[in-house]
Design a binder for this molecule. Sequence first.
Ligand code: UDP
Ligand code: MG
Length: 319
Amino acid sequence: MSPRYSIVLPIYNEEANLPELYRRLSQVINYLDGDAEILFVDDGSRDRSLSLIRDLHHRDPRICYLSFARNFGHQIAVTAGLNFARGDAIVVMDSDLQDPPELIPKMAERWQCGFHVVYAQRNQRHRESWFKRLMAYGFYRVLRHLADVEIPTDTGDFCLMDRRVVDLLNAMPERNRYIRGLRAWVGFRQTAILFDRDPRFAGPVKYTFRKSLGLAINGLVSFSRVPLRLSTYLGLVAAAIALLMAILVVYWRLFSPNSPLTGYATIVIVVFFLGAVQLISIGILGEYIGRIYEEIKGRPLYTLAEVGGFQEVNRCTLS
Ligand code: UDP
Ligand code: MG
């Protein structure tokens, strides 16, 4: 019989967090109103995470796991977890204890009240660098203004979703998965729970600046066409400036004998300005075309090297 709850946890080099994570999680799920499975998704860790997970799996039958053949990234790890989770309600959370497991019963309560998505919204970010806080603050607000759907600000992937929502997410064919956006796109009854985000329990951050930037661009491009329009606007502004200058030049030539048209500085500036506008536009276009390319290649989203606790063990890849 399928469990009532699934907890999906992406793991990338989290050996220092796993024992404490398991301790706190198992305390919490003992008090839930139904049985729960803990689903670890090892995203190609290079430390002892996988062997720790294997040990836990042998000790505790509620634990199952997937292990990727290489590092595919956080969003893909969550996607795989959602593909395999069997619960009626599925919780997604980080494995560094920044998302407190103690919030799960509260989420479950809301779910029982009839909400399909209960997402955790951050009150405060403890001890994250001011740079990261500033970037996150700015990004979520820009995204809210530009996105086609309303994506709540200051929410990560920490949430509880009803089986119906997860089935819909699983049925979405897109490869660029910005899960907090897709989750908002689905609709249904959604609600927030506010929480203070704790600092990482142990180990270094796994989301490098590059990965965070990639995720941000992904979110923007997947949920908004405004950047494309922006390049049109940039082109229009550049055209207007050029026209104005042309008029000025003609005026100076015809009517002012000592025209200020000396040297080539203006020409150089204009050339650079136009070059910049064109490159930006091509770059934006490229982002979208690149995404189309990703989508049509149709490769599987991940490759599985090892699976524990599932019957259909020989499902080596999934698309
Ligand atoms: N993670 C992952 N694959 C990656 C990077 C991160 O599965 O390539 C996991 C990581 O183990 C953690 C979660 O994603 O459970 C969030 O990562 P992290 O805490 O480093 O990021 P942040 O707290 O900055 O969002
Ligand atoms: Mg973290």
